[in-house]
Design a protein around this ligand. Sequence first.
Ligand SMILES: Cc1ncc(COP(=O)(O)OP(=O)(O)O)c(N)n1
Ligand SMILES: Cc1nc(C(=O)O)sc1CCOP(=O)(O)O
Ligand SMILES: [Mg+2]
Length: 205
Amino acid sequence: MPIDLSLYLVTDPGLCADRGLVDTVVAAVRGGVTLVQLRDKHASTAELIGQARRLKAALAGSGVPLIINDRLEVALAAGADGLHLGQDDGDVAAARAALGERAILGLSVQTHGQLARLDPGPLDYLGLGPVFATPTKHDHASPLGFDGLASLVAASPLPTVAIGGLKAEHAAAVRSAGADGLAVISAICGQSDPEAAARAFFASR
Ligand SMILES: Cc1ncc(COP(=O)(O)OP(=O)(O)O)c(N)n1
Ligand SMILES: Cc1nc(C(=O)O)sc1CCOP(=O)(O)O
Ligand SMILES: [Mg+2]
């Protein structure tokens, strides 16, 4: 089945803390989120596996896949639906071999050079960013803006999702740039009503 990248929620332990990770994700899915990524740069492997299993149980029956950020062993142990890797997070061909053909495998891309060097074979989608500077990721690359995003999308051999500083009011411009969807953290995770925050991304459709 093709992946629906329309609205991709990436979680953050700090921003989701008030409402709790699972409640935030469940509410966001009610609001229309189509894909969820568990991203926690500080949790131990055991903690991440526990979080992933709880999220997977909460998403059961929703049709929304659970992707794990960075950590192949967590994706495997938790039976997650996929993995998202950055440029320095490991070998995509090895990840595909370990996860199997049915898993969803994504890769972050920031430059045309990275695009030119990648082998799309093992991959399902690319995360392109950051569109804007964002305090949520301190080590992000130079912002692309919408023109830079459109240029990468046009050269991409795979479906794309834009990320970095994106809010509901950017949905139309991201789609005009040709991306298949938006990935967001703070526009949903940090909000008091994650369901309404997610719904707002579809308001201008
Ligand atoms: C959908 C999506 N796109 C890009 C990223 C960033 O991945 P990476 O560059 O590996 O940075 P970290 O998220 O690991 O800090 C992502 N997570 N998801
Ligand atoms: C996880 C992540 N990756 C980025 C990239 O550019 O690859 S930007 C980013 C953080 C996105 O958070 P927010 O939606 O709050 O700006
Ligand atoms: Mg990473």
